[in-house]
Design a protein around this ligand. Structure first.
Ligand SMILES: N[C@@H](CCC(=O)N[C@@H](CS)C(=O)NCC(=O)O)C(=O)O
Length: 203
């Protein structure tokens, strides 16, 4: 039994950047994936009724970005100054903004409303965000900040399969510098090995 435990659905999505960072740092953890049908029993015990949650030494934390940042500090993929951390955080929050806009389309229950959101998302929202992120990645030589690997790169790459699943397309196909960010993360030996051995899931 590891000291650290992550509890989440059996998917990558919001937990995957946390898992990748722990693997990067060679930190053991209990990868606690529960089946969808058990969720109603688990939900009431979650701090705010949602997952992922992170447990360490008998303490419990929620909110995926806060947890990701906490683990990034442990494995030293943060900046050296407040300004450097601001640079990283602002990219992470921008990626999260994009995730929420994609989710606003994907999780809509009314089929007609969902369809009406697709055009503006694909034609306006995605190019708006991706061209700007592409330019940041170009200036940082295939990274999102500080011209080196930081947790912003891992946050993006960890979420990518989830975002692509919701969109039904490879959203970075036309963005070589965003591909470079993902390739740089995926070629880190510990992360490469995790990707090859982790439980398979579409999102
Ligand atoms: N802001 C939260 C959002 C967490 C969230 O939306 N979790 C979803 C899974 S991705 C969830 O628990 N859904 C089940 C529910 O709300 O009942 C975070 O980043 O951790």
């Amino acid at each position: 039994m590891s000291e650290i435990k992550i509890t989440y659905f059996p998917v990558k999505a919001l937990a995957e950047p946390i898992r990748m960072l722990l693997k990067y740092g060679n930190i053991n953890f209990d990868d606690n994936r529960f089946q969808q049908e058990n969720w109603p029993n688990i939900k009431p015990d979650m701090p705010f009724g949602q997952v992922p949650i992170y447990e360490e030494a008998g303490r419990i934390a929620h909110q995926s970005i806060a947890i990701t940042r906490y683990v990034a500090k442990k494995v030293k993929l943060v900046g050296d100054s407040d300004w450097e951390n601001l640079e990283i955080d602002s990219v992470v929050d921008t990626i999260n903004d994009l995730r929420q806009k994609i989710a606003y389309y994907w999780y809509e229950q009314d089929a007609a409303v969902k369809e009406s959101r697709k055009g503006p998302l694909i034609e306006e929202t995605l190019p708006f965000y991706l061209t700007r992120l592409e330019s940041i990645a170009e200036k940082n030589n295939g990274h999102f900040a500080l011209k080196k690997l930081t947790w912003a790169d891992i946050y993006f790459t960890g979420l990518l399969d989830y975002l692509n699943f919701m969109l039904g397309t490879n959203m970075i196909e036309k963005y070589p510098n965003l591909q470079a960010v993902a390739n740089n993360v995926r070629s880190v030996p510990a992360i490469k090995s995790w990707i090859e051995t982790r439980p398979q899931s579409d999102l």
